[in-house]
Ligand binder design. Structure first.
Ligand code: ZN
Length: 120
C-alpha cells in the first residue's frame, strides 16, 4: 500500500458514500483530542480536490467545537463519522478521511502515528 490510489468508503448504513485519492503508505493519524480520542478515528488528510462525495450530503450532521475550524460530519442515521471538512493553515480546503471507513482496507495493517491533539 503506497502511492496515490483511489479508495471508496462511507458510513455504516450506506447513505454517505465517497471516493478519494490517497496514499495509505503514509502514516495515518491517531489523535488524542477530546473528539478523536472518543471516536477512535484513524485519519488521513487529502486536498478537497482529491475527495468526491458521491451521496449523502443531506444525511450529514455538522458538529463543531473549540476553535470551530473543523466540521465534524456524522451520518444522522447511523452516527458514523466517515470524514470531516477543514482547512489547512494556509486556508486551502482539506478533508480528513476516517480510514476505518474505507472499503476493503485493513485498519490493523496501517502505519499509525500518534498525534497529541489534546495539548494543542
Ligand atoms: Zn449512515
Amino acid at each position: 500500500m503506497s502511492g496515490l490510489e483511489s479508495y471508496s468508503g462511507g458510513c455504516h448504513c450506506g447513505a454517505v458514500r465517497y471516493r478519494a485519492r490517497l496514499d495509505l503508505g503514509k502514516p495515518v493519524i491517531s489523535c488524542n483530542c477530546s473528539m478523536c480520542g472518543r471516536a477512535g478515528t484513524l485519519l488521513t488528510f487529502v486536498p478537497a480536490a482529491e475527495f468526491e462525495l458521491l451521496s449523502g450530503e443531506a444525511s450529514l450532521t455538522d458538529y463543531q467545537f473549540g476553535k470551530q475550524r473543523i466540521h465534524h460530519l456524522f451520518c444522522k442515521t447511523c452516527g458514523i463519522k466517515s470524514f470531516a471538512r477543514g482547512a489547512r493553515p494556509d486556508g486551502s480546503p482539506t478533508v480528513a478521511i476516517n480510514t476505518r471507513c474505507l472499503d476493503d482496507v485493513d485498519s490493523g495493517a496501517l502505519n499509525v502515528q500518534a498525534f497529541d491533539g489534546r495539548s494543542r
